[in-house]
Design a protein around this ligand. Structure first.
Ligand code: ZN
Length: 420
């Protein structure tokens, strides 16, 4: 192993400097995708990359690829990256850390005069957050073939502005076709956005995958009737049925410990009047788990209890699955590179499954991929109070660099016609 070491203070300075672009009173960032603030941070990023002698390519979804050449131009690059857009009341680290740590890794290679086998790239993916345009992870989704390009470009924000038009307006609709950019591997550093690493005092999370997610819509149907004149035995109260199913959503998740989670976050009652027994109740269910079989089992339990509960109350019920995001298992070789990098750098680490979606979850469909997590205070994210310390950010950046170099070395060894 070599002794390339990232510059912690320089990384922290970059984080604080870019945090001023869209900086909020409470110390967070409001930098929605494809706004003028997004343009400013992209310009900053491009200028820093070009100062290192790197070339910058932009694709037609606005994804930016900063390339540092290696020994072999004919080998696809090893990429690192994340996103520079934020939530409306976002923090200084979600996404930004992954891009700036990757930039710092490039700088460290540059200053050390280290020549990699494959080219090394830093990617800034457009609209990871989905706060302005739905769906989230737009550019990485198109890159991986999950979304169709023209469909993505036609997504509208709440004021009717199309994604494609907003992209052109800030000058970041590039010539390269999104997805026509092969990668040898992809590594993404991100804050955990949860409490596990901090609670266990671990420096680094070796992310083995992203949990699967399923969304359902449930409609319970009864009979609207007068709250004063309808005897209790004669009621068909849709909300009673819904309430009992909501309780079971919680019980189903607890029946699959420790990783399953189940949430009812949206409920609508009709007619929603104080003196009318509800004739209809509508709600959503969000189930998440890293394994498909467990999600299948949770789904079977949900439909069975919904029928049972509503049957007993004389109610109708329809459960419709509206979204199914399968679990992602990251590439074993990439995951091993992250684990080895953490050990070699002297950091404590544990394996972890991501509870949130990330660009890496889509990129994993088209390139060997892994992620690195670092702790964030109290597990708080998507919040202006989001915080990771300079040491925590630096640890993540160091592991990111080491993992890329380890993968690069293996790539060179596997390559039949390597030079030198
Ligand atoms: Zn993020």
């Amino acid at each position: 192993m070599h002794n390339l070491k990232i510059d912690s203070a320089r990384l922290w300075n970059d984080l604080m400097e870019t945090a001023a672009i869209g900086g909020t009173q409470k110390g967070g960032i409001c930098r929605l995708t494809l706004t003028d603030l997004d343009r400013q941070v992209r310009d900053w990023f491009r200028a820093r990359a070009e100062a290192l002698g790197c070339t910058v390519t932009v694709d037609d979804m606005g994804a930016m690829f900063v390339r540092r050449p290696g020994q072999r131009a004919d080998v696809a690059p090893i990429a690192m990256g994340s996103h520079l857009d934020t939530q409306p009341t976002g923090g200084k680290f979600d996404g930004v850390l992954g891009v700036l740590a990757a930039l710092e890794a490039l700088r460290t290679l540059h200053e050390g005069g280290y020549e990699t086998f494959a080219p090394v790239e830093v990617v800034n993916w457009t609209n990871e957050e989905g706060a302005r345009f739905a769906p989230a992870m737009t550019a990485s989704g198109v890159f991986a073939g999950v979304f169709e390009r023209d469909w993505a470009a036609a997504r509208e924000d709440r004021t009717g502005v199309k994604f494609g038009d907003a992209l052109a307006a800030i000058g970041y609709r590039g010539a390269e076709k999104c997805g026509a950019h092969p990668l040898s591997a992809y590594f993404e550093l991100h804050i955990e956005q949860g409490p596990i690493l901090e609670a266990e005092a671990k420096d680094v999370g070796v992310v083995t995958g992203v949990q699967g997610m399923r969304w359902y819509e449930v409609t319970v149907t009864g009979q609207d009737s007068h709250a004063g004149t309808t005897p209790m035995h004669a009621r068909r109260d849709a909300l009673m049925g819904a309430a009992r199913i909501v309780e079971q959503v919680n019980a189903i998740a607890k029946a699959h410990p420790p990783l399953a989670v189940g949430t009812v976050g949206l409920v609508e009652v009709r007619p929603n009047s104080p003196n009318v027994i509800p004739g209809e109740a509508f709600f959503t269910v969000d189930f998440r788990h890293p394994e498909t079989q467990v999600l299948d089992s949770m789904e079977q339990m949900l439909t069975a209890v919904a029928d049972q509960i509503c049957g007993a109350l004389g109610l109708g019920v329809v459960v419709t699955k509206i979204w199914d995001q399968p679990p992602v298992r990251f590439d074993p070789d990439c995951v091993t590179c992250v684990r080895t990098a953490a050990e070699a750098s002297g950091f404590s680490a544990r394996d972890i499954v991501s509870g949130a979606g990330h660009d890496a979850a889509y990129v994993a469909r088209v390139a060997p991929t892994a992620m690195i997590f670092v702790p964030c205070r109290d597990g708080i994210s998507h919040n202006e109070a989001e915080f990771s310390s300079p040491e925590q950010c630096a640890a993540g950046a160091q592991v990111l660099l080491q993992a890329v170099l380890d993968y690069d070395r293996q790539l060179a060894e596997r390559h039949p016609s390597r030079l030198g």
